[in-house]
Ligand binder design. Structure first.
Ligand code: F6R
Length: 637
């Protein structure tokens, strides 16, 4: 997803912009660019297809490495000549127009004096472009963003903020914008609607960015701009904010506690591995403080519900996308089992375009690690209009979902940099597990003793994950046996099937190897045809089938499925409970997880599947942190 950085101040802007863009790389992008005002009435625009490193080279700079010290004002005569102290930067994730230098941001107006960077989608760009072309404007790209540059030019009469304000009234869609003008080398104007933008100021200037990590080197006190608000960043560090009616207001600053080290790899070869290894910590943080000895129900102060409110619910609707959707599927099994409440789980992109049945007695749980997913946010708005109480489950403080939902439950994953969700997924599943216990207890279906017993088993999970992480030899061996396959199938039953859905998504998104998950009971109804019978004679042709076969109520049936696929020529990788001799007799490729209660098994079983996907992706030479075509926050439909 596109990333914006803007800086105006008293030090060289290029390093600040490049450093910020590096910190936004995790969002996924295909081109990058900056516009700088080196002196009054001059605007330089440099753009490159590819990575920020290529842009840095074009600017004659080393890319600032994440984690370096905050820049200080140049004091000696040996300091590089500044390329201006005001500029805007951008990483683009193509939506309108192919990835190319011409479509890369910033985009300029006809005069070449005004430049704009943008994240999101301007929905009425076609009509506006036609209008501006008719008025004599010349366009140089296929992007919706360029419309904003020409529209601001259209209204510009010497006051940039006023021109942006007028243009803003004509724009529909979700967008965050930053605009700079050669005539105003000491300011930047920013605005947003339904797209993220965080502002801040420091001793040497004022900044804005699409996400907090890009500001952390410079400030820890940030401002979240409201929808259709406008802000003027001044080189002396002032940030002037205006509401949609144009009234000036003093913004509230929020202190961010995340350290810069949290954004670094911490000695691991990639963020994904680091984040997989952080999962025991995530679980401990998630669990901590949720159980009160004197009150055997769990502590969910975020939920303003009495027992009567809980009893009055007639169903739960979970809405989410991708990995968060899979967390929802796991949550459904637990809530239905423990709280005896029907749960529907639906991908937000479908939910919002149906005419779903949502009433004031429906509890909606919207899951989004980023809190910025456009489809999920729209689904939340729809549910609220229907009178439902919406609980947002997210990892990002101050994200959009926290503003749209009635109540917010934060998972404790902290900043997740790798595009593929790992620790945030585990945090979501763990939180849904606790929530299911809470609902079960307050609806009278779980006794105090049952809650305590399950909770005691949840507390064992972090150490059990550490056990899995301590020896990954079997996982790597199994990955080696599957890395050259055309397709990998995943099968399981019950919560094992939901674990498989996530395992297959992880594999396909980071290794580009086709993977598909099925409920094991369904394979003979179609998918078993995918198993290549040549595998019976030639092991190199055997189709890999990953079977989640931990101890469960359906264990024997899963074993029968293993025999079934082996008989058709499959190469089985089994994820089984440690010490399982029956599985060992069927396949030599076994990945073990510690013994665990069936309902909690997805939390353990997901970890080896994450490592399995990563090992295959690394063996295939893929960039596991920034898989192609994917973005960390999907802020457009
Ligand atoms: C996959 C992944 C995506 C996200 C999906 C929803 O690893 O991360 O499938 O889960 O794009 O994102 P959030 O949770 O931010 O709403």
């Amino acid at each position: 997803m596109c990333g914006i950085v803007a800086f105006t101040g008293t030090i060289d802007a290029v390093d600040v912009l490049l450093g910020g863009l590096r910190r936004l790389e995790y969002r996924g992008y295909d081109s990058a660019g900056v516009a700088l005002v080196p002196r009054a009435n001059e605007l330089i625009c440099v753009r490159r297809k590819g990575k920020v490193a290529q842009l840095a080279a074009a600017l004659g700079r080393e890319t600032a490495a994440p984690g370096r010290e905050a820049p200080v004002a140049p004091t000696s005569s040996s300091a590089p000549a500044p390329a201006g102290t005001t500029g805007i930067g951008h990483t683009r994730w193509a939506t309108h127009g192919v990835p190319s230098e011409a479509n890369a941001h910033p985009h300029r107006d006809c005069s070449g004096k005004l430049a704009v960077v943008h994240n999101g989608i301007i929905e009425n760009h076609t009509a506006l472009r036609a209008e501006l072309v008719a008025a004599g404007h010349t366009f140089a790209s296929q992007t919706d963003t360029e419309v904003a540059a020409h529209l601001i030019e259209h209204y510009y009469q010497g006051n940039l903020a006023e021109a942006v304000r007028q243009a803003l009234q004509r724009l529909s869609g979700s967008f965050a914008l930053a605009a700079v003008h050669a005539a105003h080398p000491d300011r930047i104007v920013v605005t947003r609607n339904d797209a993220p933008l965080v502002l801040g100021s420091c001793a040497y200037g004022a900044l804005a960015a699409s996400d907090t990590p890009a500001l952390l080197e410079h400030t820890r006190d940030v401002i979240y701009l409201g929808d259709r608000d406008l802000a003027v960043l001044h080189a002396d560090g002032r940030v002037e904010c205006y509401d949609p009616a144009g009234s000036h207001y003093v913004p509230t600053q929020v202190r961010v506690e995340w350290s810069l080290e949290q954004a670094e790899r911490g000695g691991y070869p990639d963020f994904m591995l680091k984040e997989i290894h952080e999962q025991p910590r995530v679980l401990r943080d998630t669990i901590s403080g949720r159980f009160a000895v004197e009150n055997p129900g769990l502590v969910f102060e975020e939920l303003p519900f009495s027992d009567r409110d809980f009893a009055n619910l007639d169903r739960i609707q979970v809405i989410a996308c991708g990995t968060s959707y899979h967390a929802g599927l796991i949550g459904r099994n637990l809530i239905e089992a423990w709280a005896r409440l029907p749960v529907d789980v639906e991908v937000a992109s479908e939910f919002r375009y149906r005419d779903p049945i949502v009433t004031p007695r429906t509890l909606v749980i919207a899951i989004s690690q980023s809190g910025e997913t456009a489809d999920t946010l729209e689904a939340v708005k729809l549910a609220r209009r229907a009178g439902a109480f919406v609980v947002g489950l997210t990892n990002v403080v101050g994200s959009r979902i926290t503003l749209e939902a009635n109540a917010v439950i934060y998972i404790k994953a902290n900043l997740e940099v790798a595009v593929a969700a790992t620790k945030s997924f585990l945090g979501q599943v763990a939180m849904l597990t606790l929530l299911a216990l809470h609902l079960g207890y307050h609806r009278g279906f779980l006794s105090t003793a049952q809650v305590s017993e399950i909770y005691a088993d949840i507390q064992k999970l972090p150490a059990q994950i550490e056990e899995i992480l301590a020896d990954t030899t079997a996982i790597e061996r199994c990955a080696e046996a599957c890395k050259d396959a055309q397709t990998v199938l995943f099968i399981g039953r019950g919560v094992g099937a939901t674990t498989c859905y996530e395992g297959a998504l992880k594999l396909k998104e980071i290794s580009y190897l086709h993977a598909e998950a099925f409920s094991a009971g369904e394979i003979k109804h179609g998918p078993i045809a995918l198993i290549d019978p040549d595998g019976l004679d030639d092991p190199t042709k055997a189709t890999p089938v990953v079977v989640v076969a931990a101890q469960s109520a359906t264990y024997d049936k899963t074993l029968a499925n293993i025999e079934e696929v082996i008989a058709r020529g499959a190469r089985v990788v089994a994820l089984a409970t440690a010490g399982d001799k029956r599985i060992a007799e069927l396949t030599e490729r076994v990945i073990s997880i510690p013994p665990v209660r069936e309902c909690l098994s997805p939390i353990l079983a997901s970890v080896p599947l994450q490592l399995f996907a990563r090992a295959i992706a690394c063996a295939r030479g893929c960039d596991v942190d920034q898989p192609r075509n994917l973005a960390k926050s999907v802020t457009v439909e």
